[in-house]
Design a protein around this ligand. Structure first.
Ligand SMILES: CC(C)(COP(=O)(O)OP(=O)(O)OC[C@H]1O[C@@H](n2cnc3c(N)ncnc32)[C@H](O)[C@@H]1OP(=O)(O)O)[C@@H](O)C(=O)NCCC(=O)NCCS
Length: 228
């Protein structure tokens, strides 16, 4: 099977959405201008045979609490019939190549604790295993009465292939959650997320009390790219 890796274009949206539905059980709105704009951003790669798109990887940048750039390797999927031939690895390599062009402080991937295949792939491509596990919680925006600003958390805007969101990082508090809900209600944000250490009992209680639901157990796989 001859497979070419290249940058995705907006015209690939339909094939990527079908693959995301099949391999990731994830809905991507192929016709939305937001998705087409994202695909024009140069951080999504596709694996193509003569007949079809058989894989894709999508990534995006965020800034950390001190403003350093992080490259977030986000979604990776290979069609079941094309797996085990190095396509996933080549998509990761292409993504890492794009990452390193802009010299981010950190390259990382949030990988499910149960996804051994993705963990092995990360290890093969230079990522380091995380020291502990985390839990990912998400909620959908809802109206709040007024904006809160007095908190020590960091609200990170994220634009991904499948959602516009706000990530809550740093010190979680009710004020921080209300601030995120407020900002989300003023924009097109569809998801608010928080990744917290598995032993952060107080944060779990706070998130659950605010209608966040647990997506699963994850680990942050990282490459410190400036040390290359
Ligand atoms: C994870 C995933 C992307 C891997 O894609 P892939 O194309 O199979 O990845 P690779 O081929 O590079 O590696 C897979 C295996 O094939 C092996 N392999 C790679 N090239 C090979 C070759 N030429 N011949 C034989 N085996 C090969 C690898 O060593 C690896 O083995 P391992 O799993 O025992 O470590 C794919 O399984 C998938 O889409 N899973 C569902 C979605 C998912 O979990 N995505 C990640 C989270 S977003």
């Amino acid at each position: 099977m001859k497979v070419m890796i290249g940058r995705a274009t907006p015209e690939d949206a339909g094939a990527i959405a079908s693959l995301a539905a099949e391999a990731l059980a994830m809905q991507i709105e192929a016709d939305s201008p937001r998705v087409r704009k994202f695909l024009d951003g140069g951080l999504t790669f596709v694996a193509k045979t003569d007949e079809a798109i058989v894989g894709f990887a999508s990534s995006f940048f965020t800034s950390d609490l001190i403003g350093s750039r992080r490259f977030e390797l986000d979604l990776l999927a290979v069609a079941p019939g094309a797996r085990g031939h190095g396509v996933g690895g080549r998509l990761v390599e292409a993504s890492l190549g794009a990452a390193k062009e802009s010299k981010p402080a950190l390259i990382r991937a949030l990988v499910r604790s149960s996804n051994g295949s993705m963990q092995r792939l990360c290890r093969r491509h230079g990522f380091t295993a995380p020291p502990g596990t985390c839990r990912l919680f998400v909620t959908v925006p809802r109206p709040v009465v007024c904006q809160q600003r007095n908190h020590a958390a960091y609200l990170i805007p994220v634009e991904t292939l499948n959602y516009s969101g706000i990530w809550l990082e740093g010190e979680l508090s009710q004020e921080a959650i209300d601030d995120a809900l407020w900002k989300a209600s003023q924009s097109e944000v569809s998801t608010i997320g928080a990744v917290i250490p598995s032993d952060a009992i107080h944060a779990v209680d706070l998130l659950r009390a605010n209608a966040f639901s647990k997506v699963g157990d994850y680990g942050w796989w990282t490459i410190n790219s400036r040390s290359d």
